[in-house]
Design a protein around this ligand. Structure first.
Ligand SMILES: [Zn+2]
Ligand SMILES: [Zn+2]
Length: 233
């Protein structure tokens, strides 16, 4: 994959600039004097280059202005800090959804607070729970998302119903697509279950720009190939 050597945002090659102008980091939004960016002007600062997976997800989701959760998630997936499979996807799902939701509603303060809480909750979900507990962490991530936007607690009535129903709908779709687990497929299935759920239960639409085609099949020996809804052409 070109993302291994080229730009982490778009995969295109990096150019070394003759001038030392300031460039804005795609992940943290801060400006730095830099000497390289890709031909689309994407630049990532040294600090963001070495962030741990959940730090990177938090940083980018708090900075980005994108309103498409699929695009937010797939941009982060291209970063080598996010492994093909791993529990960071449990945080990726609610973080991408919360970023898109609060960007759409133009509420950066609520967004920051919700993403920080989502991270704390998602970090309680261990790797491999899809197989060991029968509850995929990406699906639980959609429950975290609905819990946060509705303010659900264990004592709530309607909010409690909405959060649990969200998780069950994501789990059903993920289960019906079958194993073995793929953290990319299950992340996209969960995010898109949440998009449909917002439409039917909140009369609220998040914009999705284009059809998702998975760019990671080559990295996954257990890829379902043509049986996966995101297997790409
Ligand atoms: Zn780029
Ligand atoms: Zn940065």
């Amino acid at each position: 994959m070109s993302y291994k050597t080229g730009c982490l945002i778009c995969g295109l090659e990096l150019n070394y600039l003759a001038t030392d102008g300031k460039l804005r980091c795609e992940y943290c939004g801060k400006s730095f004097v830099a000497d390289a960016c890709c031909i689309n002007n994407h630049y990532i600062c040294d600090r963001c280059h070495s962030l741990a997976p959940n730090d990177l997800i938090e940083q980018y989701c708090r900075t980005t202005k994108l309103k498409d959760p699929n695009r937010i998630a797939s941009t982060l997936m291209k970063n080598p800090q996010l492994k093909m499979h791993g529990p960071e996807h449990h945080f990726l799902v609610p973080a991408a959804l919360l970023a898109a939701w609060y960007n759409k509603h133009n509420n950066p303060l609520m967004k920051d607070a919700a993403i920080i809480t989502a991270r704390r909750r998602a970090e309680d979900i261990k790797g491999g729970v899809c197989g060991s507990l029968g509850a995929c962490g990406a699906a639980l991530g959609t429950g975290i998302f609905i819990s946060l936007i509705t303010g659900a607690t264990p004592y709530s009535k309607e909010e409690w119903r909405l959060a649990n129903l969200m998780t069950s709908e994501s789990l059903k779709i993920i289960a019906e697509n079958g194993g073995p687990r793929c953290c990319k497929r299950d992340t996209f299935l969960a995010i898109n279950a949440a998009i449909s759920y917002l439409k039917s239960h909140f009369a609220n639409e998040l914009s999705i720009e284009k059809r998702i085609i998975c760019e990671f099949a080559i990295l996954n020996p257990e890829c379902l190939g043509e049986e996966c809804p995101y297997y790409g052409h």
